[in-house]
Design a binder for this molecule. Structure first.
Ligand SMILES: [Zn+2]
Length: 130
């Protein structure tokens, strides 16, 4: 009986209650793209904005700099392209590969990154060009 009851409980699918990455808020100004909530996104991911920006700039092959809390990209970019790269960054540097939670810590030793998950305790190393 107990077993049956438990089996009837809905079990969340992997990813269903997944941590949501905020979407960029941006506007085009002339030939530049200004993202006003870049630092907030980095904060939510608990990563350094500089690190996130370095990754995004490299992936989009565009220049960009910080201006207070905003980031100014030196070209016209669709918000969806920036969101895509932030998502990609999160897959690489934030989400645990074992349990998919964002509660991870990254350390870097030489060229190697180490990710330690605060939830399931998984620890592994990976290489990245940034
Ligand atoms: Zn984990």
């Amino acid at each position: 009986m107990l077993k049956n009851a438990r089996e009837k409980l809905p079990t969340p699918e992997k990813g269903e209650d997944r941590f949501q990455i905020p979407k960029v808020k941006g506007q085009i100004e002339g030939s530049k793209t200004i993202i006003s909530n870049f630092n907030q996104i980095a904060d939510t991911l608990r990563r350094k904005p500089q690190h996130l920006l370095k990754y995004v700039l490299k992936e989009l092959a565009t220049p960009g700099t910080f201006r207070k809390n905003a980031v100014i990209f030196g070209s016209k970019l669709a918000a969806s392209r920036i969101n895509e790269k932030i998502q990609q960054y999160a897959e690489e540097f934030v989400f645990c590969k074992e349990c998919d939670k964002p509660d991870t810590k990254i350390t870097k030793e030489g060229e190697v990154y180490y990710m330690k998950c605060q939830v399931c305790g998984a620890r592994y190393s990976f290489h990245s060009k940034i």
